[in-house]
Design a protein around this ligand. Structure first.
Ligand code: SPM
Length: 323
């Protein structure tokens, strides 16, 4: 979740007023999601960021970093399942996976559905995120109970840069937004390091931006990935009601040509979790094979901007910033 050292100050715009948390940011000017707060459970300041956990009236517990909602108990499934299963269902028998960020453990939990995985490295910058997840979000942090998981606390960019070439079948970038601390994770040198750390048929999936919020940011991100991965780059999206605009983008890349629209693992294979000695049924809540295919279909305003043939100019889309 937190991946690189903070370089800028935290977002001090978001606030709790009259019992409502409102999420304000220059990244989404003119709009703010508000959630009614039943109880503040935790407020802390780590070396890197402000950490807040509250019990909301309608979405269960909510984790906020530097004023930006990272997850709620009610809708976290759509993000964690899609960022994990879109790439993992696109390859056969993954053995080694790297998670950059992801300190809440939700992506690790989803990886526990793949019996072939024998090594998961996770590099999270902020130990406080892991500690807070273990205390307040056991339904996500259970992902750390998997004995194949090794937690590395440190800078995700440096970790990827130092990984031996050709190590991972999949790399999942579960970061904060493309602003401030996580900015490096949206730049060419980072993706070059990711490509180097992947095995030849390896896949990557990274948090991107909502096409409704800023299609220009999405276009830049996709173009950065195309500079490294060529044609094997697809933009996908999922719904997250507690993220601004209710939609979040994901970028899928592979080192060799992969047809991301045709998953090679079906949802039927993902209903069982193995966390150490424990093996139990845990049905998926959001992902299924049809959602996989539909996540790659884009609304016309986004398709025309992101399609490779239309994507060479630097002209700003009329939908930039959602206006
Ligand atoms: N494992 C869950 C971590 C969530 N990481 C992504 C957080 C993104 C939050 N902001 C979304 C707003 C749209 N830019």
């Amino acid at each position: 979740m937190t991946t690189t050292k903070a370089t800028e100050g935290s977002n001090e715009m978001s606030r709790i007023m009259a019992g409502w948390f409102s999420e304000l940011s220059p990244m989404w000017p003119g709009e703010a999601l508000s959630l009614q707060v039943d109880k503040i459970l935790y407020e802390g300041k780590s070396e890197f960021q402000d950490v807040l956990v509250f019990e909301s009236r309608s979405y269960g517990r909510v984790l906020v970093l530097d004023g930006v909602i990272q997850l709620s108990e009610r809708d976290e499934c759509s993000y964690q399942e899609m960022i994990t299963h879109l790439p993992l269902c696109s390859i056969s028998n993954p053995r080694k996976v790297l998670v950059v960020g992801g300190g809440d453990g939700g992506v690790l939990r989803e990886l526990a559905r793949y019996p072939s995985i024998e090594q998961i490295d996770i590099c999270e910058l902020d130990k406080m995120v892991v500690d807070v997840a273990k205390e307040f979000f056991p339904g996500l942090a259970c992902g750390f109970d998997n004995p194949v998981v090794t937690l590395h606390i440190g800078d995700g960019v440096a970790f990827v840069r130092n990984a031996p070439p050709g190590t991972y079948d999949a790399i999942l970038i579960d970061s904060t937004d493309p602003d401030g601390p996580a900015l490096e994770l949206f730049e060419v040198p980072f993706y070059q390091a990711v490509a180097r750390a992947l095995r030849p048929k390896g896949v990557m999936c990274a948090l991107s931006e909502s096409p409704w919020l800023n299609i220009q940011t999405v276009k830049n991100h996709v173009n950065v990935c195309r500079q490294v991965f060529g044609k094997s780059v697809r933009f996908a999206w999922t719904t997250v009601p507690t993220y601004p605009s209710g939609v979040i983008g994901l970028v899928l890349c592979s080192k060799e040509q992969i047809d991301f629209e045709k998953p090679v693992v079906t949802d039927k294979a993902l209903g069982t979790m193995r966390l150490g000695a424990a093996c139990f049924k845990r049905p998926l809540k959001y992902y299924n094979s049809a959602m996989h295919r539909s996540a790659l279909c884009l609304p016309e305003f986004a398709r025309t901007v992101l399609d490779e043939e239309n994507n060479t100019s630097n002209g700003e889309s009329p939908m930039a910033n959602g206006h």
